[in-house]
Design a protein. Sequence first.
Length: 139
Amino acid sequence: MERFRFFDHTADVGVEAYGSTLPQAFENAGAALFELITDTSKVRPALNREIEVEGEDLANLLYRWIESLVVIHDSERLVLSEFHVDLDEANLRLKALVAGEKFNPSVHEPRMVVKAMTYHLLNIEKEGQLYKLTFVVDI
């Protein structure tokens, strides 16, 4: 199964993340975000962070999840490579344990600067047995 793919969008980048479960799709959305930033295969899971977010609906929960990852990258200069998401759909809460390390330009290839998550094209759908999350980030 393909974990994610990118699509062109005027001045931004679109992402589709997939999963056989909704938590897996959220994990793959996080992986996709950091693949835009650097080659995540070179990111060691040396530091852990816990993330908790709540949403008004599932789409807003996805927005807040990606937004929280952008904030961690911007404020701590962390690049992440591991994502473990627990999702409480009934109460629209997400708890995650993420892992990575400080960005080091001699180790981590700088790719794109992700400025922000957007609401443009934000969508969550289930196609057969597969969840598909669609979102656009401002670069």
